[in-house]
Ligand binder design. Structure first.
Ligand code: ADP
Ligand code: G6P
Length: 490
């Protein structure tokens, strides 16, 4: 509705993502509070947006509520509201039950429903209208993630003066899988409205360019996709020939901020308390994930339970702490996953626990960042066993917090972070024996080897932090804008 669009005007820089950095939560008594939104996109973008001083357009996490623009920590937020049908069909449906599983290599079968697609189109249009209404002439609009893939194309139709950038936080699948999508051409054309499209990994960008070649017929020259002119037709303007950069820009975290947090006396004290509260096991293995089938939590539990079964580890000696934050709870695949995980945790604790010790401590909730940092400090091993993950910021947060250069990262090859964190113990989560061996190697690793590996990983993360990521990305966006100014788009 038009109400969403009434807001501050004339911003030189606009960020658009499905979620705003804060979620509006109403409790049973009708009290309204705001809390940090879940997920890696917000973790990464929050410090970037703070530095850019721009307006952020997004959904405030509530249903059927119109919320006026407001400011949080110096950032102007422009809420786009969703009604119950839009939430069900655009967010839970097309975004999280079609695109999410499809782009994560069909770990769960994607649903293809025409009503979901129609709603995806109309909600994307609403976001595009909202962004266009607050962008100054020639402004840069930076659109994020899989929920809003049509926004770049819509913005270009509305506002050819804008510089449009897009970043995909999740993987891009091979063209064989992407080709399943009945609306594949429309999605590609939507994205190609951007001047620059950023991906997490080299392979994601290559897969995208190959899909564009195959389904749109546009060739690329290196990372540059070459689009020919679109002649004017009835109702549609002529679009000049132009170039679109499709390249990898691996995202990161504000490493310094995590390091500072972890260095604070209260967090260090809390880390010691956590170990005590767990009964001072010799080793703690930690998992931190949204409760999502892409994260390989089941595979991790299987490997751990077999180690208990084989007598390689004992309850009381080793504790696996699994923090799983609630996510997309009305989507069926997530409900099944939760049931499966909770049954498995119950079974492991029943089979291998003692009166004093449960081998798995399972926590189904979100925590403040201080508590996360304390958990990272308390953990001897962090297990990231994703079956597919765009980047996985948890892996980077763990290393950023470990200024003591201790702790072992067990990291799936299928997480984007594996391209950079080569000194982690890299695992294939489908190979349960391989994962068991990696856990044992991690549990037995000498302090010296931990130090060597952790030091190398920290060097990467502190050098390539999120500020560097946004600088690199925005430098490419600026170069694309300059090229367009000089060539008039052709
Ligand atoms: P994704 O974006 O798929 O959720 P990432 O690992 O990239 O995965 O990012 C997850 C972010 O959410 C990290 O910043 C992590 O610290 C945070 N997070 C995950 N689980 C929890 C939790 N239970 N409580 C608080 N923060 C969490
Ligand atoms: C991942 C996605 C984000 C999403 C987040 C949380 O990080 O890349 O776009 O916001 O998960 O998921 P949710 O569905 O709760 O927004």
């Amino acid at each position: 509705p038009q109400d969403d669009v009434a807001a501050p005007t004339g911003h030189e820089f606009v960020v658009v993502s499905n979620r705003l950095p804060v979620d509006r939560v109403t409790d049973e008594n009708g009290n309204v509070t705001w809390r940090t939104s879940p997920g890696g996109l917000v973790t990464a973008m929050e410090p970037v947006v703070r530095d850019l001083g721009c307006v952020w357009v997004g959904w405030p996490g509530s249903i059927d509520e119109h919320i006026e623009p407001f400011t949080v920590g110096g950032t102007e937020l422009l809420p786009v509201s969703l009604d119950a049908t839009e939430f069900a069909e655009y967010y839970e449906g097309f975004s999280n039950d079609t695109i999410w599983p499809l782009y994560h290599d069909v770990i769960s079968p994607p649903g293809y429903h025409r009503e979901w697609w129609d709603r995806y189109v109309s909600v994307n249009q609403r976001f595009a209208d909202a962004a266009a209404s607050v962008a100054a002439q020639g402004a840069t609009v930076w659109v994020h993630d899989y929920q809003l893939q049509l926004v770049p194309g819509m913005l270009r139709e509305l506002r050819p003066d804008l510089v449009i950038a897009f970043f995909l936080h999740i993987p891009w699948p091979s063209h064989g899988l992407f080709g399943q999508l009945p609306w594949r051409r429309k999605v590609l054309q939507g994205l190609l409205g951007a001047d620059v499209i950023g991906f997490q990994r080299v392979a994601d960008a290559a897969n995208f360019r190959s899909a564009v070649r195959r389904f749109v017929g546009a060739p690329s020259n290196g990372n540059m996709i070459v689009l020919s002119e679109r002649p004017a037709t009835r109702g549609r303007k002529r679009l000049p020939a132009r170039r679109v950069l499709a390249q990898e820009f691996p995202i990161s975290i504000d490493a310094e901020a995590f390091a500072e947090l972890a260095a604070s006396e209260s967090v260090r004290l809390r880390a010691r308390q956590i170990r005590e509260e767990l009964g001072n096991p010799e080793k703690i293995i930690l998992g931190v994930d949204r409760l999502d089938y892409t994260k390989g939590i089941r595979h991790r539990l299987k490997a751990f339970s077999e180690l208990l079964r084989d007598g390689e580890v004992k309850a009381g000696d080793v504790t696996l702490v699994q923090v799983a934050s609630p996510s997309r709870e009305r989507v069926e695949a997530y409900q099944h996953l939760r049931d499966e995980i909770e049954v498995t945790v119950g079974r492991i604790n029943g089979d291998y626990g003692t009166i004093a010790h449960s081998p798995v401590v399972y926590l189904h909730r979100g925590y403040p960042r201080e508590e996360m940092a304390a958990l990272y400090l308390a953990a001897d091993v962090l297990a990231v066993t994703a079956l597919r993950d765009g980047m996985n910021l948890v892996a980077k947060e763990y290393a950023a917090c470990r200024s003591d250069e201790q702790g072992v990262l067990v990291l799936s090859e299928f997480a984007g972070a594996a391209d950079e964190l080569r000194r982690a113990l890299l695992v294939n989560p489908h190979d349960i024996d391989g994962m068991k061996a990696a856990f044992m190697e991690a549990l037995r690793m000498s302090e010296t080897e931990q130090r060597q590996r952790m030091r190398a990983m920290r060097r990467v993360i502190f050098r390539a932090d999120v500020a560097r990521w946004s600088e690199d990305f925005l430098r490419s966006v600026e170069a694309a804008a300059e090229h367009r100014r000089q060539t008039g788009g052709d």
